[in-house]
Design a protein around this ligand. Structure first.
Ligand code: ATP
Ligand code: MG
Length: 603
């Protein structure tokens, strides 16, 4: 490609809309243009990167036995009603763009494709002989994100590869999942990214396993907890660990104490000169189910620990049926306004005990009349503990389950694992923390969709069985930007060779010098001939401008047909290391061919 003919413009200044380096650089270097909130045009350079990433994804999916297809972006609401997700996706979470066509039919723009693919499988898979099967596609997804930001990282329109596997049974699904796990490792390695596969939350779906692929970068929106020995890594939402040991209580006698101004655990521990591990904390939440039902939840947990709201939400989802719902659509700590809706009298906030009376609640059609009481495992073992008295300014000490308080029937693990906790697999290892960008997610779905949508096959014994599914996503456009977030310097982008839009840029320092022009033309056509992707910077610009642009755009190798032509040599500069060397005009193309092949094979 000749730069003089390319739609190409770089910016000197950082765009106001961009917060993180990769976003700034992609806009400044002319890769993307913002069209609207969370909506970006992929300009020619970006499109080449996206196609390279897609091609690597495609090769690894094909190698794992998956077949490419292309599903519909317009999705009839009936399908989503069958799976039970229409209302949650369009109303409660509001992540799906929905529209009505001229015939008055409701449609959604695909945020994901479980419903569509399950319909296809329902229609086409009859017998166990057709299994296993894995279908994938690479295409635009639409999600009306609450906070679109960071350019392609969290867009409302973005490119995803999604794959769906169908197996006869759980064991088959696990095998399909394992193949995808290997393929994902290969994709990220080939794209030249430093990453970690981590245990992930499977959400309320209750699938048996799920992993996220995290590209490590400070701008990541996720927190990963891991151990140095490399044996454990998990999204903080999912992470487990050993809580610190509790200190034995110093309170032998049950009594109520005057504890003014101690609404926090820290202030209480200080006043009573006790360890926070001797305190029982009772945290109030309000959960909303998809049928509009609200429930007030009282979680008792050890004072030094915090509630992981993702884990709590998963536990509450399991109880949805008891309140006539299917899914959780909201979870919050009820604020003043919420309390005004239902509290019959002011709550003893900061001094709540596990037996806070149900008569605080003014029940209604959309609000359960009783607290849902849960206890975290850290609190079950507590003896002679300190806790609230349901009276502002007072706490009780020396309390015990089974004596002053009934142990809630629902015991759960909802504590938040944090940095510094001991690891379960080896308590001598402590959890470390890193920021990550979620690039991919693989998920054992089981029969959630096949049962809901009646997608079955006939097994060898002639019985009709639900298909057992897995789903696997890679954010192609997010991955491309994450590569930049992981690899840049003060001058611009440093693309990994495998996904760079072009591999080489040939710079003519002075386009009025015939020798420079003709040498560059010869090298440029030779590069094309051997299959190296090259840009020829033949613009009538100062050499300094061209070098600056080449650095900003981040092409891995730069060839300069300058002064050294007198010795029949050209200058070759590596973008990553800035190392420069002179190579003879005849050697330069084979040398670069070797370097590029090595770089791509090595990653
Ligand atoms: P997140 O937690 O970041 O919102 P998700 O868990 O909702 O993502 P999945 O449904 O697992 O995402 O989608 C698969 C992949 O698609 C993600 O791993 C991510 O790489 C990518 N992705 C998801 N949402 C977006 C988005 N808004 N913009 C760009 N890429 C996205
Ligand atoms: Mg995910």
């Amino acid at each position: 490609m000749r730069l003089s003919q390319m739609l190409f413009a770089t910016l000197r200044e950082d765009p106001a809309e961009a917060e993180i380096p990769s976003h700034k650089l992609l806009v400044r270097a002319g890769y993307i243009r913002r069209i609207g909130s969370g909506v970006y045009a992929y300009l020619p350079l970006m499109w080449r990167v996206l196609q390279k990433v897609s091609q690597i994804v495609r090769e690894e999916m094909n190698a794992a036995g998956a077949q490419e297809c292309l599903l519909t972006q317009l999705q009839p609401s009936e399908l989503w009603k069958e799976s039970g997700r229409w209302d949650t996706y369009t109303k409660a979470e509001g992540i799906m763009f929905a529209l009505t066509d001229r015939q008055g039919r409701e449609l959604g723009l695909g945020p994901t494709h479980e419903e569509v693919i399950t319909m296809v499988a329902r229609d086409m898979v009859r017998s166990y002989r057709q299994l296993p099967v894995n279908l994938y596609q690479i295409q635009t997804k639409f999600r009306d994100e609450i906070r679109p930001r960071f350019g392609l990282m969290r867009g409302r329109e973005f490119i995803m590869k999604d794959a769906y596997s169908f197996d006869m049974d759980e064991a088959g699904m696990k095998e399909s999942y394992q193949k995808m796990n290997v393929a994902y490792h290969n994709v990220l390695r080939r794209c030249g990214l430093a990453f970690r596969a981590v245990d992930a939350d499977s959400g309320a779906i209750g699938g048996s396993g799920s992993q996220e692929f995290m590209v490590l970068a400070d701008a990541g929106e996720d927190e990963v907890l891991y151990t140095e020995d490399g044996k454990y890594a998990a999204n903080v939402e999912k992470a487990v660990s050993l809580p610190p040991d509790a200190v034995a209580s110093t309170f032998k006698k049950y009594e109520k104490l005057d504890t003014p101004n101690t609404p926090t655990i820290a202030s209480l521990a200080e006043l009573l000169k006790c360890s926070p591990t001797q305190i029982l904390k009772n945290v109030l939440y309000q959960v909303t189910y998809d049928n509009g039902m609200n429930v007030l939840v009282l979680v008792s947990i050890r004072g030094d620990q915090d509630v992981n709201e993702v884990k709590l939400q998963n536990e509450l989802a399991k109880l949805a049926g008891e309140y006539g719902g299917n899914a959780v659509i909201g979870l919050k700590v009820p604020g003043e306004e919420d309390q005004q809706q239902w509290a019959t009298k002011p709550l003893p906030l900061g001094y709540i005990a596990p037996d806070l009376a149900d008569d605080y609640i003014q029940g209604s059609k959309s609000l359960a009349a009783k607290f849902l009481r849960m206890v975290d495992k850290t609190a079950v073992e507590l003896k002679n503990f300190v806790t609230g008295s349901n009276e502002s300014g007072f706490h009780v000490v020396g309390a015990n389950w089974g004596k002053q308080f009934d142990l809630p029937k629902i015991a759960v693990d909802v504590r938040k694992a944090i940095v510094g906790d001991r690891s379960i697999h080896d308590p001598s290892q402590t959890l470390q923390s890193a920021r990550g960008i979620e690039i991919g997610h693989i998920f054992q779905l089981g029969t959630k969709y096949s049962k809901a949508m009646n997608a079955t096959y006939t097994n060898e014994q002639g019985e009709e069985m639900p298909l057992v599914m897995g789903c696997y996503g890679i954010g192609v456009s997010r991955l491309a930007q994450a590569a930049v977030e992981q690899s840049y310097d003060k001058d611009g982008i440093i693309w990994p060779v495998a996904i760079a839009p072009y591999q080489v840029v040939v710079v003519i320092p002075n386009v009025n010098d015939n020798n420079q022009v003709s040498a560059a033309e010869v090298i440029y056509s030779e590069l094309n001939r051997v299959g190296i992707e090259a840009i020829l910077d033949d613009r009538d610009e100062r050499a300094g401008v061209k070098f600056k642009d080449a650095d900003l755009v981040g092409i891995p190798y730069r060839i300069v047909t300058g002064r050294s032509l007198q010795q029949s040599k050209v200058e070759v500069v590596s973008r990553a290391t800035k190392e420069s060397q002179e190579i003879s005009v005849h050697e330069v193309v084979p040398t670069l061919k070797r370097w590029i092949d090595e770089a791509i094979a090595g990653s």
